[in-house]
Design a protein around this ligand. Structure first.
Ligand SMILES: Nc1ncnc2c1ncn2[C@@H]1O[C@H](COP(=O)(O)OP(=O)(O)O)[C@@H](O)[C@H]1O
Ligand SMILES: [Mg+2]
Length: 213
């Protein structure tokens, strides 16, 4: 089976500073893989390389058997991304925000899809209130619904539970695990928290990212 992610010897230099030094890993369809490392280890840089937002200084990046950056458009249609640092307009309702992204992604029958996802992330009751009324846990679930709109085969999650209370973080991890097993989506997510990686990934598939010195 073609891996959803294949990285070979990926390096990234910012000027004289080497942020990533030869990262190789692969993720198979439906697999859950955690990238564990302290702040500054290069986790976000690696996610941005997989999204084609940053060009690596060396190495090969293939997703779904397609080459980044040459086949970026096709790749981006098959994955999605969620980060605590992505903001949606707070004056729109969750339903309106999802409509905007559904339009961008070209989702067929968006109304039905949005209803299904709002239900899935337990936000149906908040769907028509301003997004600013959502708690941080609800906001992250809205981000997750956004990331599911295009039925991705791979979800890239950058610190999905950062800045959450422990109980909300637990709830979010459980939701992610349910979505992964129901839909067979591969998850690649980052964390600086060993316990989180233990809760989410099979230990053999936690990759340790060190700050390059
Ligand atoms: N655009 C950039 N220019 C210069 N240095 C950068 C840039 N982006 C990241 N870095 C540096 O690369 C290292 C890795 O950063 P980052 O990927 O954000 O780490 P993490 O997400 O693991 O906390 C850090 O030392 C950071 O300061
Ligand atoms: Mg980061």
């Amino acid at each position: 089976m073609t891996p959803v992610v294949e990285l070979e010897g990926v390096c990234k230099d910012f000027g004289a500073y080497r942020a990533l030094d030869g990262v190789s890993l692969s993720v198979r369809p439906g697999e859950s893989v955690g990238l564990l490392g302290p702040n500054g280890a290069g986790k976000t840089t690696l996610i941005h390389i997989m999204l084609g937002l940053i060009t690596p200084s060396a190495g090969r990046v293939r997703l779904f058997g397609l080459e980044m950056p040459a086949q970026r458009r096709m790749i981006l249609g098959k994955l999605n991304f969620s980060s605590a640092y992505v903001q949606m307009p707070l004056s729109l309702t969750p339903r309106q925000n999802l409509r905007v992204f559904a339009g961008l992604y070209g989702v067929a029958d968006p109304g039905r899809k949005i209803d299904e996802l709002l239900e899935r992330v337990e936000l149906s009751e908040m769907a028509d209130r301003p997004t600013r009324a959502l708690s941080s846990g609800q906001l992250s679930r809205l981000n997750l619904a956004k990331a599911m709109l295009n039925d991705p085969q791979l979800l890239l999650l950058d610190e999905p539970t950062a800045s959450m209370d422990p109980d909300i973080a637990d709830k979010t991890r459980n939701l992610l695990k349910r979505i992964q097993s129901e839909k067979g989506i591969a998850l690649l997510y980052t964390s600086h928290n060993m316990r989180e990686i233990e809760a989410m990934a099979r230990p053999a598939w936690a990759h340790w990212v060190r700050p390059a010195r």
